[in-house]
Design a binder for this molecule. Structure first.
Ligand code: ATR
Length: 269
């Protein structure tokens, strides 16, 4: 009998997680299937206990349920700090957050380490929060830049330590000294494909530019970074690596990351 995994959220029909995880199961010949379920916030508790009763092993959790799920699982310490769960191991009842880890792995894969590196994180929403905690944990020197300056300051305060929060008007002046620039805003996302938080003339060739937007894969920011000669990492890599970390948690197997990446890129074509 197949083992069933899935993702819950609302809306959910455009989720790329089923394509990604089913490709992984097939590649390593696991008799498992991954499905997407549209779930309303008020049904989360019933869904979690029903899924467990039916023998499901793992769930991913996406917008708008990442906070609600916290009420019904035991929290992994990083998920507790971030204040959001994107992965539930139904066999243990533990909730994790693999979003920040996805960023770390995607950088690591390109040979980019975070310790003592000067990182500018643009954005102060949910995605930024997961990434900011991870960056701080890895010993990066983090500046959070956000259109609404108060949100940047508030997120920096939540993380504590040396993390600074500033407004978008300071971005240009900061990039010269930065090693890594991460966009965690929705700027450049379809349909606003001609928008970018920075242009090529503001970037330098030693910079690593990571855009978490994956629709389109080649965002305006990524193409501007290429013009500047910077190293680039696109949003597919965060998606793939957060999924790969979930896969590792559920199965204790090494995820076929290359297969997962190809499945996502093909689906986005
Ligand atoms: P998510 O949970 O996906 O991160 P969010 O909480 O809505 O989404 O956050 C979106 C982020 O993109 C915010 O940092 C937002 O800036 P504000 O806090 O000022 O709203 C940022 N953002 C969205 N559109 C933007 C734009 N046109 N220019 C600059 N920043 C933008």
């Amino acid at each position: 009998m197949k083992t069933v995994y899935g993702v819950i959220g609302d809306p959910i029909e455009h989720s790329l997680s089923p394509v990604m995880h089913n490709a992984a199961f097939e590649a390593i010949k696991m008799d498992s299937i991954y499905l997407a379920f549209r779930v309303r916030t008020e049904d989360v508790e019933k869904v979690l206990s029903g899924a467990k009763s039916m023998g499901m092993v793992g769930l991913n959790v996406t917008v708008p349920l990442k906070e609600k799920v916290m009420e019904y699982v035991e929290l992994d310490p990083l998920a507790r700090k971030i204040g959001a769960v994107n992965t539930v191991d139904l066999s243990t009842g533990i909730g994790y957050n693999t979003d920040g880890m996805g960023v770390r792995k995607a950088l690591e894969e390109k040979g980019v380490l975070l310790s003592q590196r000067n990182v500018i994180l643009v954005g102060a929403g949910g995605a930024a929060r997961a990434i900011a905690f991870l960056l701080a944990e890895e010993g990066a020197i983090v500046t959070i830049v956000n259109r609404t300056r108060e949100r940047a300051i508030s997120l920096a305060d939540t993380i504590g330590g040396e993390v600074k929060g500033v407004g978008l008007d300071e971005l240009e002046g900061l990039i010269g000294d930065a090693d890594i620039l991460i966009n965690s805003t929705t700027v450049g996302m379809h349909p606003n494909v001609n928008e970018s938080i920075v242009s090529s003339d503001m970037m330098h060739s030693d910079l690593v530019v990571f855009d978490i937007v994956y629709n389109p894969i080649e965002t305006k920011l990524i193409s501007e970074a290429r013009i500047a000669g910077a190293k680039t990492i696109d949003g597919v890599m965060m998606l793939v690596h957060q999924g790969a970390e979930s896969f590792r948690i559920w199965t204790s197997k090494s995820p076929p990351v290359g297969v997962m990446e190809r499945a996502v890129r093909d689906a986005l074509k």
